[in-house]
Design a protein around this ligand. Structure first.
Ligand SMILES: C[S@@+](CC[C@H](N)C(=O)[O-])C[C@H]1O[C@@H](n2cnc3c(N)ncnc32)[C@H](O)[C@@H]1O
Length: 392
């Protein structure tokens, strides 16, 4: 049965996801995989970009293309026949790209996946920017792009109107050069930018730092990290109630962002070993920089870019601290939080604890009770609760 938006429902409630493009038809999947997924692995901005490229006869034979922020590899899959770099801040985006290549029988030789902190060494002929919802990430990427560009580099940027940061157009113009805007199509916006090498651009401000109130420590923030300008109010509340002084224990900061929870957990318990885990390359780089800057290069901490805890053995951790995300890209929901709680339960030793901060209305106590059989209220205020679930 056709559902519109490229979704095709098969018998049994599963969803097939066919991406029809001028460069071929592909079957695409999002990650993390969910049963009865109803969301597509691409959006109308991807379609707009690909149609525009095809109309323009791009990429030309042999063109090297650089993709920025391709969510699940939709653009990389469609453009697989040209040499591609694809840079993203999300490990899930990298894995979805690999998975979609494999599922469509595409050879990965032409594709180089780059983290958000990397750029190609050579000049690309074509740059395709999916404008991220975080303006700071776009700003950082444009700064990093500038030295690679020539006036001949074709630069396209696109995004869904509702997700485009208001000042994206201005950033493109002030850091790259004149922007030509095309008429909106299916609520997507497309722009072409002409690089002006004579433009006097300000210095790249990222990463930035702020002092953590009441401490001598600085929190270091790459452009795409959560709460990069100041302490999040939920995190602040969590910091006031962190478990303290428990001797040699293994702690996990799950969804570590800039590492502020790990830092203060180590501050309270210098005998602990901390693992910082996040699926964002910039988050893990920020956490590493924050902890090493605050506690020295020998700090008892390990850093993992990961979107689950498959790298950790069962029952290997004493305590997990978690301020879970409530959205993945544009999609709001608690599916990532639930996966984090399940993973935490598996890696916790018997008697180990998962400490969670969350908005009251998210109802995490119910999820934790279901999974752990218990959930104790550690503290609450008008907006947040801190819960502790013990692994039986
Ligand atoms: C609400 S922020 C908390 C950041 C930090 N702990 C704090 O309190 O400031 C949630 C973090 O979870 C990360 N995240 C999202 N999905 C994830 C996943 N599947 N695995 C690990 N981390 C994830 C995000 O990148 C983000 O840094």
């Amino acid at each position: 049965m056709g559902l519109g938006l490229g979704l095709v429902r098969r018998a049994g409630g599963m969803t097939e996801n066919h991406f029809h493009t001028p460069f071929g038809d592909y079957r695409l999947q999002r990650l993390p995989a969910r049963r009865r997924e109803l969301l597509r692995a691409w959006d109308a901005a991807d379609e707009y970009l690909l149609h525009h490229l095809a109309e323009q006869g791009l990429p030309s034979v042999g063109d090297r293309a650089l993709l920025l922020n391709d969510s699940f590899g939709a653009l990389a899959t469609a453009l697989h026949s040209c040499p591609l770099w694809s840079a993203s801040d999300s490990l899930l985006a990298h894995e979805a790209t690999r998975l979609n290549y494999q599922a469509n029988g595409l050879a990965p030789e032409n594709l180089r996946l780059l983290t958000s902190l990397e750029m190609p060494r050579k000049t690309p002929d074509l740059v395709i920017i999916k404008v991220p919802k975080t303006l700071a990430l776009l700003e950082y990427q444009l700064h990093r792009l500038r030295p690679l560009l020539t006036p001949d580099t074709r630069i396209l940027a696109a995004g869904m109107m509702k997700a485009l940061p208001g000042a994206a157009w201005k950033k493109l113009e002030s850091l790259l050069g004149p922007v030509q805007t095309f008429p909106g199509r299916k609520k997507a916006k497309l722009m072409e930018i002409r690089f002006d090498p004579g433009l006097a651009a300000p210095p790249n401000p990222w990463p930035t730092r702020y002092q953590l109130e009441g401490t001598p420590y600085h929190i270091i923030n790459h452009a795409n990290v959560f709460s990069r300008e100041k302490l999040d109010i939920g995190t602040r509340f969590f910091l006031q109630h962190l478990p303290t002084g428990r001797g040699r224990e293994t702690l996990l900061d799950l969804g570590c962002g800039n590492g502020v929870l790990a830092l203060m957990a180590l501050h309270h318990n210098p005998e602990a070993v901390v693992h910082c885990v996040d699926e964002s390359f910039m988050a893990v780089a920020s956490a590493r920089a924050t902890l090493k800057d605050a506690l020295g290069p020998e700090v008892n901490a390990h850093f993992h870019v990961a979107h689950d805890l498959t790298g950790f053995s069962d029952q290997s951790v004493d305590r997990v601290l978690c301020n879970p995300p409530f959205h993945q890209q544009q999609v709001v929901g608690d599916h990532i939080a639930r996966q984090m709680f399940r993973d935490a339960r598996r890696v916790l030793r018997h008697g180990g604890e998962l400490w969670v901060v969350g908005n009251r209305h998210l109802g995490y106590h119910k999820t934790l009770k279901r999974l752990f059989g218990n959930a104790t209220l550690v503290a609450s205020n008008r907006k947040f609760v801190i819960l502790c679930a013990t692994r039986a």
